[in-house]
Design a protein around this ligand. Structure first.
Ligand code: ADP
Length: 301
């Protein structure tokens, strides 16, 4: 197969591993910086151009779109879709998963376990917002945050109120969420490919830290999932319309609850923690599923 990895840099661990895994399996793999692609949008022969050449004859693409480049990155993915090329994740599904609030709304519509979450634009009724999610302790999150930055635990009603007021004063969009204390600073990353979980790891926050992010000093190890966790992660990935997803969940007293569904999950942490050839499994999935006309997103939202 001829496969393009859409990535800003070949030296990134995930990109390099996908390239290696594809070549090992006998495919022709090109790493293409999607920010340098330009498009020719015509009714007869839509094209993606790169360094003066028209990109043609690809059987599949693997988008690795950076969070801050979603708009242009998904436009390039969409252009490949218009040309009939199979994508490991479709443009619509990537856009959808990049919006935390939209994600939670879709998951709730499917009845998938979530922490009780509130969202408000106006700071008029902060007491009401806090009460609507069950009162303190609460986790307050910046909608645009990543790597645990902008995720704050407030132990009391007064602290929650002050933090909400501060964020609102900065005109930031926030989520207010029930604190899942029993998770004990641990979350679980499930790597979903198609309708299977191919690897899972737990991340444990540093002592005294409720956030499990590796960037915040957490550590990762392999974990065996319960059947309920497996089915929750697979349902979450499907609900978002993703084929390759990193689903993060917490173990709560009322079963697994989803934190986030990631459309460009990193490979380094999970391959290191589990010693599973995750890149190889992604390529294998493309071998089985890529084909002309297979690109179709059926999700309504
Ligand atoms: P980011 O996308 O920035 O990583 P998350 O929403 O995933 O932000 O939060 C970071 C970490 O904080 C999570 O992995 C989890 O360990 C912890 N956390 C987030 N929300 C909650 C919550 N409601 N209850 C308990 N822990 C939480």
């Amino acid at each position: 197969m001829k496969i393009a990895i859409l990535s800003q840099q070949q030296s990134l661990y995930s990109t390099r591993r996908l390239l290696e895994a594809g070549e090992e399996r006998g495919h022709e793999i090109h790493v293409i910086n999607y920010l340098r692609c330009y498009m020719n949008i015509t009714a007869h022969k839509p094209k993606v151009l790169y360094q003066g050449d028209s990109l043609e004859g690809y059987d599949a693409i693997i988008p690795r779109i950076g969070a801050s480049k979603t708009f242009y990155g998904t436009a390039v993915v969409r252009q490949f879709e218009v040309m009939g090329v199979f994508s490991a994740n479709e443009s619509q599904a990537i856009s959808r998963s990049r919006d935390k609030l939209r994600c939670l709304q879709i998951l709730s519509q499917k009845g998938i376990g979530l922490p009780v979450t509130g969202f408000a634009n106006s700071s008029k009724d902060i007491d009401g917002l806090i009460e609507s999610v069950g009162g303190a302790p609460l986790v307050i999150k910046l909608l645009e945050g990543t790597q645990g930055i902008g995720v704050v635990l407030t132990e009391t009603h007064q602290a929650a109120k002050s933090v909400i007021e501060a964020f609102r004063g900065l005109d930031a969009n926030i989520l207010v969420q029930e604190f899942i204390k029993e998770a004990g600073g641990m979350d679980i990353r499930c790597f979903v490919v198609g309708d299977r979980i191919i690897a899972a790891m737990k991340r444990q926050g540093a002592p005294g830290e409720f956030r499990s992010n590796i960037h915040r000093g957490g550590s990762a190890t392999q974990i065996k999932l319960t059947p309920e966790e497996r089915s929750t992660a697979i349902r979450a990935s499907k609900a978002m319309g993703l084929r390759v997803a990193g689903v993060d969940l917490l173990r709560s007293n009322h079963g697994p609850v989803i934190m986030e569904v990631n459309s460009s999950p990193g490979l380094e942490g999970i391959e290191t923690a589990t010693e599973i050839d995750v890149a190889g499994k992604v390529i294998e999935f493309l071998e089985k599923n890529a084909g002309p006309g297979k690109t179709r997103d059926r999700i309504k939202y």
